[in-house]
Ligand binder design. Sequence first.
Ligand SMILES: [Zn+2]
Length: 389
Amino acid sequence: MKTTLKTNITVKDICDGFVYNELEGKGLFGLSGKLTIQPEYQRNYIYASDGGKKEVAVIESLLKGYPIGLLYFVKVNNDKLEVLDGQQRITSFGRFVTDKFATKDENGMEQYFSGLAVNKQRTILKSTLTIYECEGTESEIKEWFKTINIAGVPLNEQELLNAVYSGPFVTLGKEEFSNSQNSNIQKWSAYVKGTANRQEFWHRALDWASKGEIGDYMSRHRKDKNINEVKTYFNSVIDWASSVFTDVESEMCGLEWGRLYEEYHKQSYNPAKISAKLHELYSDPYIKNRKGIFEYILGGSIDTKLLNVRVFDDATKKSVYAAQTKTAKTKGISNCSHCAIGHDANKEKIWNATDMDADHVTAWSKGGATAAKNCEMLCKTHNRAKGNR
Ligand SMILES: [Zn+2]
């Protein structure tokens, strides 16, 4: 790969013909149309999120004459360059120069570019940039892009995958799943954590469709002219989840819906009954893991481990142990009630506290409370044999 250092290109040069399209995934251009600022393997513009602090920082650096870091362009041919690294910074000053956002001046007043003093405008426009122009094969450049990763916000896994497997498939995927204007996003957000512009819906859709083999899947479908399989599968999962659970709870977000769909979608559920059960479990103070409620219900309300039901505290166990042991000693029987009714040598055994565990007399699943009056200490063997809490 060949690289050439350029130090004479100014902010003004780059901003000549600058085009910013609010709809993510569309190319942005500069250098009189010669420069593509957002090639398809680049991520969406994210500097404006988190309150725009990062894009303001870029402008302040320029005003103070500080360097804004190395920029990398790929030379596609003599008339065409693409930004490899620096898209966020270039978009920041491009947006500023075209009055898309304001900075605060020394008096705390908001100032748009067009309202700045002429000398300040000139300082920004005349700032020179440090640019490496690179020429090489597609794979050399992509490999390099994967490793440089020097911009302020590191690329996440999906952004890297989009870069490595760029092509029509990624472009279509981003159009559907990484477009913050897509009206389905609100619905998706109940089930999937993240934001469109960080590729998190696209990532989850690929994760579900590929059963976790995202890289492999993207490589096989790279040249596809449609994303039907991913889209259909993703919608099936979301539609299934929303038809089974008609309530929307915050704990639903981020669950492994793809896996739950695979395991349970062939079973039939009564949404009204599910909703009643869900409300009952949500109001149960003993359930520590509400996220587990959904799979617990799907599995027929059997696997209480999913709920992490609250256990007895040490003070309760200690006092129950003391009372039980005292009574057992006066009767001359084991302090484990199950041992006491047995026929072996443990019939009269007084266990140490450390050899016993607390058990719900009435199981939690049958309405038993996690309180002293529902607590019984059993020897470890019998406690384990009883199993459920
Ligand atoms: Zn026992």
